[in-house]
Design a protein around this ligand. Structure first.
Ligand SMILES: CC(C)(COP(=O)(O)OP(=O)(O)OC[C@H]1O[C@@H](n2cnc3c(N)ncnc32)[C@H](O)[C@@H]1OP(=O)(O)O)[C@@H](O)C(=O)NCCC(=O)NCCS
Length: 213
């Protein structure tokens, strides 16, 4: 089966392959990278944790037809990063996003415990590959997948307020800053995780709903 048929994509420089148990080692290369893991947790994830993430990602691809990709350099085959889309669960954390989306019924529509009409986008690139536009390339492919393949109405992204590189990717690919939420995570200048870490939220709605955008 071709990469496209299985949910994969090919961009100018990247081969995007659905993450799952079969490429857990490659996911680990990204998630244990010293330029990556400090943005997600106070400690580097262990192999068992990454293996569990890979299992959950594979399960989501199977059940929901979407989750993160592993990004490989098309020319060298090297693992560049991981990223893409994920369904958002219906809970208090994600409920904070409603105020940044249109006041329309699709925003709260639920399917199998997840928001049916909007998804989250995210990315992580191994430190050796920063500054080359790979995250933006992956991000654009993910937006196309969201609107053209999944047919969702909006894509959201949340990043720690002080993660300027990630915020720059959001803006580079056409998302707009919408405001802040608070959730568990890291706070600039403080050790460990807090329940009320500030996250910047960016949103983009379906191009068909924004003619000329
Ligand atoms: C967030 C993250 C993915 C951004 O990576 P990045 O390499 O800065 O982002 P891009 O791939 O969009 O690259 C943009 C940079 O490449 C440059 N660039 C070079 N060639 C380029 C090209 N062909 N296209 C676009 N940009 C290009 C841009 O000028 C820009 O440079 P600048 O940062 O000096 O302004 C990366 O910092 C990361 O993995 N961080 C850790 C994980 C993380 O925080 N993830 C987000 C959690 S919400």
């Amino acid at each position: 089966m071709g990469a496209e048929a299985a949910g994969g994509r090919v961009t100018a420089r990247l081969r995007l392959v659905p993450a799952g148990p079969g490429n857990a080692r490659d996911l680990w290369l990204v998630q244990s990278d010293d330029a990556v893991w400090p943005w997600y947790s106070p400690e580097m994830p262990g192999w068992a944790q990454v293996e569990e993430s890979a299992r959950a990602m594979g399960e989501s691809w199977r059940r929901h037809g979407v989750h993160k990709w592993i990004a490989y350099d098309r020319a060298s085959g090297e693992v560049v990063g991981r990223g893409g889309l994920s369904r958002t669960p219906v809970d208090d954390d994600w409920g904070q996003l409603y105020r940044f989306l249109p006041d329309e019924p699709w925003v709260r529509a639920v399917r199998e415990g997840h928001h049916e009409a909007w998804v989250e986008i995210g990315w992580a690139v191994r430190g050796a590959f920063w500054g080359r536009g790979y995250a933006s390339e992956l991000g654009r492919a993910a937006l196309a997948f969201a609107f053209d393949t999944l047919g969702v109405r909006a894509v959201v992204s949340c990043t720690l307020r002080h993660n300027v590189r990630s915020r720059a990717v959001m803006e580079r690919i056409g998302m707009r800053y919408a405001g802040e939420i608070r959730s568990r995570g890291l706070v600039e200048g403080l050790a460990g995780e807090r329940d009320d870490a500030p996250y910047a939220v960016c949103v983009v709605t379906s191009p068909s709903r924004n003619p000329g955008a």
